[in-house]
Unconditional design. Structure first.
Ligand code: SF4
Length: 419
């Protein structure tokens, strides 16, 4: 039986697509290889959102050259955001790669016919479901719209059928994915929005939880806030990247909102959805970001106190607007200093937020076992570990928290439920 191996880096969308690619290969008689060296087909699902990610992809491709030389029959393919429209250029740069195919596409050399979506064969209790591909926003630092193209939503009925089938295969929780889930549906005939989709999925028997990411502050609607507040399966967690706490930087980033607007949006979300957890993304060292502008970002994070902050140092992406028009003029050491500052700040905020859960009982969905401990997440996305000899995979379990840290919680089973 031929074997396949998929190497994935990058966002959850890449992970979801790799999971589905694996099923696609298995339906065609392949089985998963434990190592690239044993595979007949290797796929690299790439990310180029930052220079560091692109470098890892290029290094991995170089490392595979000797293997390809040794086994010329090995098929080497690349998908993900490295694959742009300049296929000839890619082929010239990586002549040992047999095929390049666009993110979300099926490998056309294996199957010429048009295919519907392929589902993960053995999904984990919590599984990703892409609902919209591409992005129409063109934030100045971002390469995604150039690589993943314009927005294309999947119909509500198609997604609902898929989720029902996933539940049939043991899934309890789905995370709906899109570069901007708030854009969902505008390109479909009846123009449903994310709130409509959540209402539909909320009726699916056996499905316990629904999540979604990522949102865009300029597009998040009152209807969505209302849906999160009133639908029992929709989890209380919103990922809302702010990127900067300074209006001039936000304008240069072409984000389409101001700090004041963002602050009001957070206040509205918190007032309508009690217990909501919020996560955000921040970029430090954007071209010409001054120290006071950086301090505005730090100040906003201190004020709004997010549960999680993902911080990245600005990395120019060739082809993106900022890399064409703005000089990358913040030294690397300064970017690192700012990044460390934000990480330290967030560590202390998350320490305080999570410490409030000490002694509380939380419900988690058990997703797996790592180093002898079960792990799962609360509805608000907190990672929880507990030790127990029972089999809890895929169950909703009540855990009493007896230890907290900025990154995770630990506890013991109080009462479990298998509903
Ligand atoms: S919303 Fe902006 S940052 Fe997000 S994928 Fe689209 S262009 Fe990139």
């Amino acid at each position: 039986m031929p074997q396949y191996y998929i190497w994935t880096i990058g966002c959850q969308m890449n992970k979801a697509e790799s999971e589905r690619l694996g099923s696609f290969f298995e339906q065609r008689g392949y089985q998963a290889a434990v190592a690239a060296e044993e595979a007949d087909l290797i796929v690299l699902n790439s990310c180029v959102v930052r220079q560091s990610a692109e470098s890892r992809v290029v290094n991995k491709l170089s490392a595979l050259k000797p293997l390809k030389r040794l086994h010329p029959d090995l098929t080497l393919a690349v998908t993900g955001c490295l694959v742009n429209s300049e296929a000839d250029q890619l082929k010239k740069s990586f002549p040992h790669v047999d095929y390049f195919f666009k993110p979300g596409d099926h490998p056309q050399w294996l199957e010429k016919a048009e295919l519907g979506p392929v589902l993960p064969r053995h999904p984990t209790p919590s599984t990703f479901v892409p609902i919209i591909q591409g992005c129409d926003n063109f934030c100045s630092y971002c390469i995604v719209p150039y690589r993943r193209g314009r927005e294309r939503s999947r119909p509500v009925t198609e997604i609902a059928c898929e989720v029902k089938e996933l539940v049939h295969r043991g899934v309890r929780e789905v995370t709906l994915l899109g570069q901007n889930v708030d854009s969902y549906g505008h390109d479909l005939p009846d123009k449903p929005d994310l709130a409509d989709l959540l209402r539909e999925l909320n009726t699916i028997d056996g499905l316990a939880r629904i999540r979604f990411l990522t949102n865009h502050p300029k597009d998040l609607s009152p209807r969505l806030i209302e849906a999160v507040a009133c639908l029992d399966k929709v989890c209380e967690l919103i990922c809302l990247p702010v990127q900067s706490g300074n209006n001039d930087i936000l304008t240069a980033m072409r984000r389409g909102y101001t700090v004041e607007y963002y602050r009001r949006l957070i206040a509205r979300i918190r007032s309508k959805i009690p217990g909501i957890a919020l996560s955000t993304d921040v970029i430090v060292g954007f071209p010409s970001e001054s120290e006071p502008q950086f301090q505005k970002t730090a100040g906003l994070l201190s004020e709004l106190r997010f549960d999680t902050v993902h911080v990245a140092a600005y990395s120019p992406r060739p082809g993106a607007i900022a890399s064409r028009e703005l000089e990358d003029n913040i030294p690397l050491a300064e970017k690192r200093r700012r990044l460390n500052k934000i990480e330290q700040l967030q560590e202390s905020i998350a320490t305080e937020i999570n410490a409030r859960l000490l002694g509380e009982t939380v419900e988690i969905l058990v997703e797996g076992r790592i180093k002898g401990k079960w792990q799962g997440r609360t509805r608000t996305g907190k990672l929880v570990f507990f030790g127990d000899s029972g089999d809890y995979l895929g169950q909703l379990v009540k855990i009493r928290i007896d230890k907290t840290s900025p990154w995770a919680l630990q506890g013991r089973v109080e009462l479990n439920s298998i509903n």
